[in-house]
Design a binder for this molecule. Structure first.
Ligand code: SF4
Ligand code: MG
Length: 314
């Protein structure tokens, strides 16, 4: 994904555009088979919009997303439909994302029907198989979503995403609605099926401690911008961006080898309608220098494979 930008127009009551919500500004990243890129940031930072835009659930304002030699953002009709099959999404709330009137077997079969995959009995076999793989007994096939716990419903959501044999899955806060004890079970399941199905994950979360367990690389977003991106180990041991340091300050880390600088950020996130000039973080950054107010720092490599957007390093 290159130079991804997404602005949502704000309409006046008379239908005129009065401004834009600058949800995503110039985001770049790579996804790899069997690897997980975590995207972390506070709510409203544009991470869900990034995932949804990549899947064309919402249209980008600008940018490219190359997949198998084609730009996903330019595809139409049949080509778009077939690429959609390869990219699935798992949502945060396993309660509202499963149709309460449908039996779970039918829920898992639905994407196969949409993409005309297999015969009816083949679809049923595959649904049964996926239930088993995701840890739900096959004899639960005729039950309804409300008969399952939150964790089980998320397993069903994962089975549904797998039904059409995708290559990429965008996981938008997939465990945030679950009890902590259940979270790690679902994370373990995601790791198992990633290996088995050769999946690339974009794992979106506000919780750095959750992402740490599953991500190979982590990108940190603030107000529509990627402010730091590197491997998970590097991010935790050699944290560079003041905002990432602040996020890390907020989570307990049992590992004593990781020395944390404690940074508490003040105030609220500014509005994405009129983001601050210069560095978008300057209004809350304890290290801000004069330049930060007027010059926007570029996301650039500081160490090998470690990119950061901050004047302190460039
Ligand atoms: Fe803080 Fe300036 Fe770095 Fe932005 S560029 S994070 S304001 S020091
Ligand atoms: Mg979100």
């Amino acid at each position: 994904v290159n130079q991804l930008q997404k602005y949502f127009p704000i309409q006046s009551p008379f239908g005129r555009t009065k401004g834009y919500v600058k949800a995503v500004e110039n985001i770049e990243f790579n996804l790899y088979q069997k690897k997980t890129l975590g995207i972390v940031g506070e709510s409203g930072c544009g991470k869900s919009t990034t995932g949804r835009t990549m899947l064309r659930l919402t249209e980008p304002t600008n940018g490219t997303a190359m997949y198998k030699g084609k730009d996903i953002f330019k595809l139409k009709g049949k080509e778009l439909k077939s690429i959609r099959r390869e990219m699935q999404m798992v949502f945060q709330d396993p309660h509202s994302s499963l149709n309460p009137k449908k039996r779970i077997g039918a829920i898992i079969e639905e994407p196969m029907e949409i993409h005309r995959i297999g015969s009816k009995s083949e679809r049923m076999d595959r649904a049964m198989d996926l239930l088993k793989k995701t840890g739900i007994r096959e004899d639960q096939y005729f039950r309804f979503p409300h008969e399952f716990s939150g964790g089980q419903r998320q397993r069903i959501g994962i089975a549904r995403a797998l039904a059409v044999n995708p290559s990429i899955i965008v996981l938008d806060e997939p465990v945030s609605a679950l009890d902590v004890s259940i979270q790690s079970q679902v994370i373990n399941l995601l790791e198992e099926i990633q290996d088995e199905f050769n999946l690339a994950y974009l794992f979106i979360s506000h919780d750095l401690s959750v992402v740490r367990h599953i991500a190979d690389e982590i990108g940190v977003m603030y107000l529509g911008n990627m402010v730091e991106i590197t491997t998970t180990d590097e991010l935790f041991t050699n944290t560079l961006h003041p905002y990432t340091k602040a996020l890390l300050s907020a989570i307990p880390i049992p590992d004593r080898s990781i020395k944390k600088e404690r940074i508490i950020i003040k105030g609220d996130i500014p509005s994405p309608i009129s983001p601050p000039s210069g560095c978008v973080f300057h209004t809350r950054c304890p290290y801000a220098i004069e330049e930060c107010q007027s010059v926007k720092p570029e996301l650039k490599e500081k160490n090998t494979g470690h990119q950061v957007a901050c004047h302190l390093y460039h």
